[in-house]
Design a protein around this ligand. Structure first.
Ligand SMILES: NC(=O)C1=CN([C@@H]2O[C@H](COP(=O)(O)OP(=O)(O)OC[C@H]3O[C@@H](n4cnc5c(N)ncnc54)[C@H](O)[C@@H]3O)[C@@H](O)[C@H]2O)C=CC1
Ligand SMILES: O=C(O)C1=N[C@H](C(=O)O)C[C@H](O)C1
Length: 269
């Protein structure tokens, strides 16, 4: 008999999709009930295990979200903003927990997700790892303890396939620093410096994005003052940390009241 909640993985052929499927099938705490890819993708119609280059798993990749979500207890979604907005509406219709790892969402995308959260449990975070979520709390504390003599810079590095910048994690860290300082990130955010930028504005929170090779995800929060610097750092070396966090969120969300939650709720931080 199958164990634990039934999970659907969207973006099954993606870097995170495949990592999630491997993690689910290796665990007794969950089971895979569906694998979704976009219409026209060459995995659609194939057994997902075969498509991944291994043994059959008895789950055929499909592009029919509603039919698949109806068979599940949770959907784990690391895809792209437009797909995630559409999936949140379908998850609400099907009444399943929607765990969202997708980053690069606009304010309008986030508003649409928030509307879906009136009808189902949504857990969304730009980073699902325990380490980064702890770093968020540390960043808030350090920013609250220091004044604007300390310039705050968030530096992130990712693989060369990544399409959005700053990363979702960098934005979480920037929000935490702004909250610690009692300001709005939108009022102090400085990203994409290029050319004659003028001197750094006191109180700004700066962002720098590095893209290269196969870097999984690295984030520094730098507090730099005259004569001293503090650096808070997280380095992910394996996507398993994100998959484990997302699966924890899927389990945590079962039976919760409809609403939008994050990994700080899941981890009790
Ligand atoms: N929150 C977190 O902890 C993490 C978030 N991410 C985010 O997750 C997202 C995906 O990352 P990767 O797996 O590296 O990207 P990827 O490009 O390897 O995978 C994305 C997958 O989504 C699929 N997809 C796109 N539209 C779709 C649709 N309408 N229906 C079904 N599938 C669709 C694509 O075909 C692709 O297979 C990015 O936004 C990334 O920033 C990545 C790692 C950790
Ligand atoms: O695209 C990625 O790979 C990652 N994206 C997330 C982000 O935007 O912060 C999380 C992690 O750093 C990997």
């Amino acid at each position: 008999m199958a164990n634990g909640p039934g999970i659907v993985v969207t973006g099954a052929s993606g870097r995170m999709g495949q990592m999630l499927i491997e993690t689910i099938v290796a665990s007794d705490a969950y089971h895979l009930v569906g694998a979704l890819e976009r219409d026209g993708h060459d995995w659609v119609g194939q057994d997902v295990g075969i498509a991944m280059g291994g043994q059959p798993m008895g789950v055929t990749v499909t592009s029919d979200a509603l039919e698949t979500f109806r068979k599940a207890n949770a959907v784990i979604d690391f895809t792209a903003p437009a797909a995630t907005v559409a999936f949140s509406k379908i998850a609400a219709q099907a009444g399943v927990v929607h765990v969202i790892g997708t980053t690069g969402m606009t304010d309008d995308d986030l508003k649409a997700v928030n509307v879906s959260a009136q009808d189902t449990v949504i857990v969304r975070a730009g980073n699902m790892s325990l380490g980064v979520n702890l770093l968020v709390q540390l960043t808030k504390k350090v920013a609250a303890a220091l004044d604007e003599d300390f310039d705050i810079e968030v530096i992130e590095a990712h693989h060369h396939h990544k399409v959005d910048a700053p990363s979702g994690t960098a934005l979480m860290l920037g929000e935490a620093a702004a909250e610690g300082r009692g300001v709005l990130l939108s009022d102090v955010k400085d990203s994409g410096r290029d050319g004659i930028t003028g001197a750094r504005k006191r109180g700004d929170i700066g962002f720098t994005a590095i893209r290269g090779g196969d870097i999984v995800g690295e984030h520094d929060v730098l507090f730099a003052a005259a004569g001293e610097r503090i650096v808070l750092r997280h380095m992910a070396t394996d996507r398993k940390v994100f998959a484990r966090g997302a699966l924890k969120a899927a389990l945590w969300g079962q039976g919760k009241a409809a609403g939008e939650y994050d990994m700080l709720d899941v981890l009790g931080l």
